[in-house]
Design a protein around this ligand. Structure first.
Ligand code: UT7
Length: 320
């Protein structure tokens, strides 16, 4: 048994924010941001939020795959910026698109969320009973960004990407998932917390904290390691991989991973210049753009790889 992506969709924030716009609010410049990260602009959501963007991306993926919402058995939403503690965001998507036969729940693994969700979908299919699953990565990081912190606020964008996966007999799907909770503090964002019965204190919102250099070092070491592990386990050669679709966090991280894998940079598509780091959404947004531009051919072998808060990281190998 294996699974295939049969439809893709995406939805990005409605409000364009350039590096020059950010230079108006923190001490930075277009030159600094673009040379250190590859980012030139990002789109922030001012209305839809996580679930709204996720639902729009989902509708587009269903249309692309010619799938009726009632055919879905399960909705998995990878996000670390849900609107609510409950109902979960996947249930909000289910209601918005009318997927009345689908179970729905969220997966939290920060920027690795989509890669984990895809492997979760595969696990459900392999266990039986699930044939069509909607897998979404969506994040609205702008609501937890400290807009006075130039070390983080220049990096992120908002968006959602979705795929419909279907159970298949032919093809290929496998993956690896990793976590190191002992290093969680290098990239963190507290949940709304601090509410206290005794003092009457109300809960406060948390903001993103990041030790950029530590995250950088972690990513360029762990991503190639887990890609190599996956290729070895599946006995697939690097020459057979058409594209490495990496989490879009920083152009220099992607360059460095390509070098460590000794693979040409042309095999590493990027759209970070227009979106910034959209966390769990970055991989499915890029997949959707490539699909719509006709850059993917059935049978292409793809590696999808993510890394982020947790710390978490992982990769999936699949045939388009
Ligand atoms: O999804 C995973 C999420 N996170 C990541 O992938 C982040 C990984 N890390 C990175 O991408 C990089 O570490 C950053 C882009 C965040 C930072 O680049 P860096 O080359 O590691 O810069 P740095 O933190 O070492 O800072 C260098 C200098 C410092 O000034 P001093 O101390 O040398 O005077 C910073 O204060 O650059 C300064 N700086 C800035 N200057 C202008 C930091 N942020 C900015 C800024 N504009 N926005």
């Amino acid at each position: 048994m294996t699974m295939k992506i049969i439809g893709t969709g995406s939805c990005c924030g409605d409000h364009l924010v350039t590096n020059q716009d950010l230079a108006q609010i923190v001490e930075t410049s277009d030159e600094w941001i673009s040379s250190r990260t590859g980012i030139r602009s990002r789109r922030l959501t001012t209305g839809l939020g996580t679930s709204g963007m996720a639902a729009k991306a989902a509708e587009r993926a269903l249309k692309d795959g010619n799938v009726h919402p009632e055919e879905l058995d399960l909705i998995l939403l990878a996000t670390s910026t849900p609107e609510n503690h409950f109902p979960n965001g996947a249930c909000e998507v289910q209601a918005a698109i009318g997927a009345v036969n689908a179970a729905a729940f969220d997966i939290s693994a920060a920027c690795t969320g989509f890669v984990f969700a895809l492997q979760t979908a595969y696990g459900f299919m392999a266990a039986g009973g699930y044939k069509k699953i909607l897998v979404i990565g969506a994040d609205d990081l702008s609501k937890v960004t400290d807009w006075t912190d130039r070390k983080t606020c220049i990096l992120f964008g908002d968006g959602a990407g979705a795929v419909v996966v279907e159970k298949e007999e032919k093809g290929m799907f496998s993956g690896v998932m990793k976590a190191d909770g002992s290093r969680g503090q290098v990239l963190s964002c507290r949940a709304r917390s601090g509410g206290n019965f005794l003092t009457g204190k109300k809960p406060e919102i948390g903001y993103i904290y990041m030790d950029g250099q530590e995250v950088f070092k972690f990513a360029v070491k762990k991503v190639p390691e887990c890609v190599e592990q996956l290729l070895k386990e599946q006995d697939v050669q690097k020459e057979d991989i058409r594209y490495y679709i990496l989490h879009q966090a920083n152009e220099r991280i992607i360059d460095s991973v390509a070098k460590r894998l000794k693979e040409p940079i042309e095999k590493f598509p990027m759209d970070i210049q227009d979106h910034g780091n959209t966390s769990a959404a970055s991989i499915p947004i890029l997949l959707d753009e490539m699909n719509r531009e006709g850059r993917l051919t059935r049978g292409d072998k793809l590696i999808l790889a993510g890394f982020g808060g947790g710390l978490t990281w992982g990769a999936a190998l699949m045939e388009w």
